[in-house]
Write a protein that binds this ligand. Structure first.
Ligand code: EPZ
Length: 451
């Protein structure tokens, strides 16, 4: 146990307004894209989270000048002097994020070689990078594995290619996009991921001068261009953070308006939220008028009272129910009357956190079978990837250790919903992806303190 602990006095419904900013899983990729431009790029609404610091450090290590813009949350990237970084400079960031893998294509284009340290990120399954490596080799890269990381070169430059992903991986799709835009010729990517964060990255690249066609049926065609300029971009809001606060409102019987949340990115979540018995209202933007300052729109989520209903959910790639929405939603489902099912089909080991919920009084059983919808890749591979949640359960306080980012936030929600005082250890990990979460908790009336 660490001494990084948050004391949570549970049992108080969350009430109030908080704001989400640019999506972590787009912002970090847009920052990498800035490497490809021959002019400066500006990104607005960048959240102050650890993953952004890591990517900033990596870009700076490679000679990109990163400065804070005039507006709060604005970052400016100047890639005029991109250079190789020393192994030591890069290794400072080893093990802290999975983003470094996405530097491969841009660095090969800019420098002709790249070194990528050992990857980090959440421990939610083996998280291999075989798709990334296969794609890069198809483009003509030579990949050499060393104990300290990967060394890549492109002796004959990078050429467009035809490539089909075995699974619509978000990261591998981004890898292909970031490599294909400056490769020689046309790239056709089949079975691509089409998450809104990917479409937003395509918007960034298009602003830079890329030619990218998104066809139906997960086919993306990229026509390589000779040069790319900088971009100015306001990222899509963080739909994972928005859903996390929504689930917290539901689990604690509260009422939270998430300013900045966008309906269009969250339709699947909103359907489930409504099926469970939660209510929401999309609050539209009100432009400033004479004497009225106007207000930012968002989505207000609340528990209307009475009992919640059980549901069967299957996580999936877009437009399915996101794997990152799963953990907060399971906490809310402990309060539904009856049996709910959660079939996790994106990551094979993303239900381990349910042990902690059971310790707090929840009744959750995990199974190796594919329960609910269609059989998935993990059914025959002996992974406990389906959960049955029996509710409602009265949650009680416990000492909890945070295992990973999303599970960590769900531990926090459980502690807020539980009777009594919990101690949540390792909460600093939540700063990787949730901006100012302690201040937001206080703003919503949660009784939390550092001992
Ligand atoms: C991104 O991870 C997100 N991370 C994850 O969010 C998110 O859960 C995930 O996409 C799915 O939406 C970032 O954007 C930084 P994948 P990524 O490649 O790109 C398998 C969070 O908490 N796979 O789509 O790493 C893989 O093991 C994080 O914000 C291979 O087998 O996910 C998994 O089962 C957690 N080989 C599946 O594909 C590969 O080479 C999907 O992974 C690559 C992936």
């Amino acid at each position: 146990m660490t001494d990084d602990v948050l004391v949570v006095h549970g049992g108080t419904p969350l009430h109030g307004q908080i704001r989400v900013r640019g999506a972590k899983n787009l912002v970090s990729k847009a920052m990498v894209a800035a490497l490809l431009g021959d002019g400066p790029s500006r990104l607005f609404d960048v959240p102050r989270i650890r993953d952004v610091e890591v990517v900033r450090g990596l870009l700076e290590a490679h000679g990109v000048k990163v400065t804070d813009g005039a507006i709060e949350g604005e970052l400016v990237f100047d890639p005029a002097n991109v250079e190789g970084a020393t192994t030591d400079e890069i290794n400072v960031h080893a093990g802290s994020s999975r983003i470094p893998i996405l530097l491969c294509g841009p660095l090969l284009h800019r420098l002709g070689h790249a070194f990528i340290p050992d990857l980090g990120g959440c421990h939610i399954g083996p998280r291999p990078i075989d798709f990334h490596m296969r794609a890069l080799r198809e483009f003509g890269a030579a990949v050499e594995k060393a104990p300290e990381g990967l060394h890549l070169t492109a002796p004959d430059g990078l050429r467009g290619t035809k490539f089909e992903l075995p699974y619509p991986s978000v990261g591998a799709t981004e890898q292909v996009l970031l490599t294909a835009v400056l490769a020689d010729g046309v790239t056709e990517l089949r079975n691509a991921a089409v998450e809104p964060e990917i479409i937003d990255l395509i918007c960034v690249l298009q602003k830079m001068g890329a030619i990218i066609k998104v066809h139906t049926d997960r086919v993306i065609e990229i026509q390589g261009v000779r040069r790319l300029g900088g971009y100015t971009h306001r990222p899509m809001p963080d739909r994972i953070e928005a859903a996390s606060w929504a689930a917290a409102a539901l689990a604690t019987g509260g009422d939270v308006e998430v300013l900045g949340a966008e309906q269009v990115d969250m339709m699947t979540f909103l359907n489930v939220f409504r099926s469970v018995g939660g209510e929401f209202e999309v609050t539209d933007v009100q432009p400033p008028l004479a004497g009225n300052p106007g207000r930012q729109g968002g989505i207000r989520f609340w528990h209307p009272g009475g009992e919640l209903r059980p549901v069967a959910i299957e996580t999936d790639v877009h437009p399915g129910f996101m794997t990152d929405w799963q953990q907060p939603m399971v906490v809310a489902l402990t309060q539904a009357r009856g049996l709910s099912i959660m079939h996790e089909t994106v990551y094979e080991q993303r239900l381990g956190y349910t042990d902690a919920l059971n310790k707090m009084g929840a009744t959750i059983q995990v199974y190796r079978d594919c329960l609910g919808g269609t059989p998935c890749r993990f059914g025959r591979r002996n992974f406990k990837h389906s959960a049955v949640i029996a509710g409602p359960s009265k949650l009680h306080a416990a000492d909890l250790e945070i295992p990973d980012l999303r599970a960590g936030f769900s531990h926090l929600i459980a502690a807020l919903a539980a009777e009594g005082t919990s101690r949540v250890y390792g909460v600093d990990l939540i700063n990787r992806g949730y901006e100012d979460f302690e201040a937001k908790l206080s703003a919503l009336g949660a009784r939390v303190e550092r001992p």
